[in-house]
Design a protein around this ligand. Structure first.
Ligand SMILES: NC(=O)c1ccc[n+]([C@@H]2O[C@H](COP(=O)([O-])OP(=O)(O)OC[C@H]3O[C@@H](n4cnc5c(N)ncnc54)[C@H](OP(=O)(O)O)[C@@H]3O)[C@@H](O)[C@H]2O)c1
Length: 395
């Protein structure tokens, strides 16, 4: 089999290294030999040995080549979307790690791949090395999935771990994450929750086999999260995590990403540093959790090469297509909330009138834990200007 790799950055170099390191078992387990015949890219930052490989900066050289499988690890949206579309139409199998592009175009590209009888695999796009996509498509296929909760972004999980365990403030933790290479110089996608939003959309689509509009995944980042809220949560027995939560109730779906309070003795609360985990609930399995590295050169390559080996073993097996969503996907289900308010006389009176459980009171702050209620009911009962922090509690 002839393989082409688009992009020789962090992940592309990891793929090249893994293909070299584990060539023997890859060929043994697929009963085939393979050759990386083409590489597309502007640079070769990690100085990968490209002897006997065509290294081109013209994408047409790949589209018109005789390669069988193309591995896309460029990143970006528009150019990669257009390129993958052309590759699928040209009859190439494609493997990608590109969640930014998939969150918008996965439906169309899966359909084009099926029409052209080629495989389109994207295991590495969510939770890096953890096999959650294959888990949903195969291992949990016999289940009606009605909920999943994931720690899907290693950068924010690292920052929250430092804030929780070492009492660092947000800026100090972000700076350290950047120094360690977890956070990019522009960290907006991670700390704004957008990376986790895209992954929540990709997983929700597979969990419910419904078309998902990315915009319907509500998103809140961790930029405004204060150390004192993490500490109050801890005193209440909760740990603050950036969670991608997706839930289906009676044909209605709620998808939200943001900081949430989860019980400190839960398995997800023990997922620390830059690790990822996803907790699924299905009607047959009950609960199951996958845990592991969400990023990294070889960790991500592990998923990509496995996708490639799947194609070498089985060729075209069909790509998951979904139904146009017949479901309501912009729900806000009732739940408990943690709210910190500006402690004016009026607010204190309101808290008393509503018999909310006061969990903290100091200087100008008063924090409450609500019973299960709808968000609109909560917002009607407090003046929105007085809200300093508001996070769901997921028991
Ligand atoms: N890093 C991870 O741990 C991880 C984990 C899971 C998924 N992913 C996904 O994997 C993909 C690659 O990530 P990465 O971390 O490897 O990124 P990266 O280190 O920035 O590598 C991307 C490579 O592609 C090249 N490139 C990008 N656009 C190009 C274009 N239009 N034409 C030619 N070359 C182009 C870049 O060249 P230059 O160096 O010249 O810019 C660079 O060599 C992304 O979709 C990312 O979301 C990454």
């Amino acid at each position: 089999m002839k393989i082409a790799i688009l992009g020789l950055g962090t992940v592309g170099s990891g793929v090249m290294n893994l293909l070299t390191q584990n060539r023997e078992i890859i060929e043994e387990r697929t009963n085939q030999t393979f050759e990386v015949s083409h590489v597309y890219g502007r640079s070769n930052r990690y100085q990968i040995d490209l002897t006997n490989i065509v290294h081109t900066d013209n994408i047409e050289d790949i589209i018109q080549s005789d390669v069988d499988i193309v591995i896309e690890v460029l990143g970006g949206i528009d150019f990669t979307y257009q390129t993958i579309k052309k590759l699928l139409l040209a009859g190439k199998h494609v493997v990608t790690a590109n969640k930014d592009m998939l969150a918008i175009h996965v439906e169309e590209l899966s359909r084009i791949a099926n029409e052209n009888q080629v495989q389109f695999n994207y295991e590495a796009s969510v939770a890096g090395g953890i096999p959650v996509i294959l888990g949903l498509q195969h291992g949990l296929n016999a289940n009606r999935i009605h909920r999943f909760m994931g720690i899907l972004n290693g950068t924010t999980n690292y920052i929250l771990t430092r804030m929780t365990q070492d009492d660092w403030d947000f800026n100090q933790a972000l700076e350290q994450a950047q120094q360690l290479g977890y956070a990019e110089s522009d960290p907006t996608n991670d700390i704004g929750g957008f990376d986790a939003q895209r992954k929540t959309a990709i997983l929700s689509r597979l969990a419910y086999r419904q078309e998902i509009d990315l915009e319907e995944v509500s998103v809140k980042g961790i930029e405004e999260l204060q150390l004192k809220d993490i500490q109050i949560a801890q005193q209440l027995g909760y740990t603050m995590k950036l969670i991608g939560l997706s839930e289906m109730q009676d044909n209605r779906i709620e998808m939200l990403v943001g900081p949430m309070l989860i019980p400190s003795d839960s398995q997800l609360a023990s997922v620390n540093e830059a690790m990822n985990a996803v907790f699924f609930n299905g009607d047959a399995i009950g609960e199951t959790m996958c845990y592991g590295p969400g990023a990294g050169s070889m960790e991500t390559a592990s998923a990509i090469v496995a996708d490639m080996m799947g194609i070498m073993n089985f060729g075209f097996i069909g790509n998951t297509e979904t139904k146009e969503s017949a479901l309501t996907t912009s729900e806000t289900f009732p739940r408990k909330y943690y709210v910190r308010l500006l402690a004016t006389t009026e607010i204190k009176q309101m808290v008393e009138n509503n018999q909310y459980d006061i969990v903290y009171s100091k200087d100008n702050d008063i924090a409450i834990q609500t019973p299960i209620m709808s968000l609109s009911e909560l917002l009607d009962s407090v003046s929105t200007e007085s809200i300093q922090a508001l996070y769901p509690i997921i028991d």
